[in-house]
Design a binder for this molecule. Structure first.
Ligand code: NI
Length: 171
């Protein structure tokens, strides 16, 4: 496994629509392992392939605490097929938006269809933090960041600060 570089916003590659994966092959399995290694090292609880410069519909998630056994999810072509009307608010962050956090409202529970690392179709109903995290990662596949849920003013303040920090080489 190897650690990958995480793109920092603003970056046009984070705004692309990622392509569906036709076949879950060794290359995709390797990508998911590398993404998990990158995510754990950051540390983070979710990572989408576009964040490491790969424009494909792949995400990894693990919301287990550090002292718990890891519970990684590897999801290929994930799609939310049902979402509760009940909402929950989480103070979200993102490895591509380092050091900024904001409250985002999302469905409290979602049903996700995806293919696992063997290519088998899976359907999963999740709620709470895991639902928020998976929904956040799936949005990355359509070029949406959590800051896109904020007002234009707030979003621009964050993106400008990140741009400045990138230029200064501090992130
Ligand atoms: Ni993110």
């Amino acid at each position: 496994m190897s650690k990958l570089d995480i793109l920092i916003a603003p970056d046009p590659r984070l705004k692309l629509t990622a392509q569906p994966v036709p076949t879950v092959d060794n290359e995709i399995r390797r990508l998911m392992d590398d993404m998990l290694e990158t995510m754990y090292a950051a540390p983070g609880i979710g990572l989408a392939a576009p964040q490491v410069g790969k424009p494909v519909r792949v995400i990894v998630v693990d919301i287990a605490d550090k002292d718990e056994t890891p519970r990684p999810y590897r999801m290929v072509n994930p799609k939310i097929v049902d979402a509760s009307k009940d909402l929950r608010i989480e103070n979200e962050g993102c490895l591509s938006v380092p050091d900024f956090y904001a409250d985002v409202e999302r469905a409290d529970s979602i049903t996700v269809e995806y293919q696992d690392e063997s290519g088998a179709e899976q359907i999963l109903e999740v709620d709470g933090m895991l639902a928020t995290c998976i929904a956040h990662e799936i949005e990355h596949l359509d070029g949406v960041l959590f800051v896109d849920h904020l007002s234009l003013v707030k979003r621009n303040i964050i993106l400008r600060k990140l741009q400045k920090a990138k230029r200064a080489g501090t992130i």
